[in-house]
Design a protein around this ligand. Structure first.
Ligand code: GRF
Length: 199
């Protein structure tokens, strides 16, 4: 399968998946990284791995509609079977979500449906939950609402702050995302409404 990525920042989840592809764990090839942020460290990671990068710099567009149009063309140009949102920090428009329906995944640092949106780890600390984690889900029109593919949990320890919890969750993200991509590429995911079965 042809796998492409959308990322806005550090790109450690992107790295975890391309490492799993390089190791032969995931039967696929990485065909491109698309980013909205010319300063994203993910760009360096892609370059080191010889992966083509397209920057669609959000700041250079007069309005969201024009940005989304350019983003959609960049995404189409990848001719990907799967698009992975690996720390893409904007909400995608309906047009893009519809076009990639069933073949776009996102990683979120919380056990959805709890703590969607920004600063999920801080939300978990402030709420006082004792268990936190991460979720890989298919992308639908809502924010962090699509059918769940993989979840991993971690304890929240008494002395945790946002950073220590985020680090513990991140280690699980780096396993959950490659696993979800692997299952997709092996054709083992079967969506039945909200429920995704692994065959
Ligand atoms: C991760 O915590 C991911 O769950 C969230 O944004 C962060 C991205 O980290 N969506 P990285 O860019 O993959 O290192």
């Amino acid at each position: 399968k042809r796998i492409a990525f959308l990322a806005s920042g550090r790109g450690s989840n992107f790295q975890a998946v391309i490492d799993a592809i390089a190791a032969g764990t995931i039967p696929g090839i990485c065909v491109g990284l698309v980013t909205d942020n010319p300063g994203a460290y993910a760009i360096e990671r892609a370059k080191s791995a010889g992966i083509p990068v397209t920057v669609v710099d959000y700041a250079r567009f007069p309005a969201k509609a024009a940005y989304e149009e350019a983003l959609l063309s960049a995404m189409r140009a990848c001719r990907a079977d799967l698009f992975v949102l690996a720390g893409y920090m904007r909400i995608l428009g309906f047009g893009i979500v519809r076009e990639f329906s069933g073949r776009m995944m996102n990683i979120h640092p919380a056990l959805l449906p709890a703590f969607s949106g920004l600063h999920a780890q801080r939300q978990a600390i402030e709420y006082g939950v004792k268990v936190a984690g991460c979720t890989v889900h298919l992308v639908d029109e809502g924010m962090d609402t699509g059918p769940i593919v993989v979840q991993r949990c971690v304890p929240v320890l008494p002395d945790d702050d946002e950073t220590t919890l985020a680090d513990r969750i991140l280690a699980e993200e780096h396993e959950a995302l490659p696993l979800a991509v692997k299952l997709f590429c092996e054709g083992r995911l079967e969506a039945d409404g909200r429920r995704v079965r692994v065959r």
